[in-house]
Ligand binder design. Structure first.
Ligand SMILES: [Zn+2]
Length: 175
């Protein structure tokens, strides 16, 4: 019979830690995999600087600079067109009416139009969109030190659809 149950358990496995050894965790300051957060939809860890991403990521912000990916790129392009439309039409009553009624028609369009009117950074606009889930973000030292956060699309295609709605407002000049 085995005497395994009587085998003395090691009560303190860290006891033999050798302080003179080189510990690996001092070397990973440049490990880009640390810069990321978990996708709230599928749970995968996403690190855009290390090109490690799931299909839901649409943007990431790093020290205020927003990079867009996938559908996020389509939305950013639509937002750029919307900003120009808002700027050129700011004293045009027909444009103002169109923007006001579009803002009132859906939360996310309201966020985009409000963002375009206020020249808000893309990261602030993304945070307010219902169709987007923000990651928990990260802060770290080392060569890429700073804080960042990833943004994820809750439903495939929803950002592209929102971009199309946004373009419908801004592409044709009102009569
Ligand atoms: Zn995911």
């Amino acid at each position: 019979m085995s005497k395994i149950d009587d085998f003395p358990h090691d009560e303190n496995p860290d006891e033999e830690w050798d302080e003179t050894e080189d510990h690996e965790d001092e070397e990973d300051d440049d490990d880009e995999r640390r810069y990321g957060d978990d996708c709230p939809i599928c749970g995968q860890f996403n690190s855009p600087p290390a090109d490690e991403t799931c299909t839901h990521i649409c943007a990431w912000v790093w020290d205020g600079e927003t990079e867009t990916l996938g559908e996020g790129r389509i939305l950013r392009a639509a937002l750029d067109r919307l900003e120009s439309f808002v700027e050129f039409g700011q004293s045009d009553d027909a444009v103002i009416d169109r923007l006001n009624s579009a803002s009132a028609s859906s939360h996310d369009l309201g966020v985009l139009i409000g963002g375009a009117r206020g020249y808000l950074p893309m990261s602030e606009i993304l945070l307010d969109l219902d169709g987007i889930a923000a990651g928990q973000g990260w802060t770290s030292g080392g060569m890429l030190g700073g804080s960042g956060r990833n943004f994820y699309v809750k439903t495939d295609g929803s950002l592209a659809a929102l971009a199309a709605e946004c373009d419908a407002i801004s592409t044709d000049a009102p009569d």
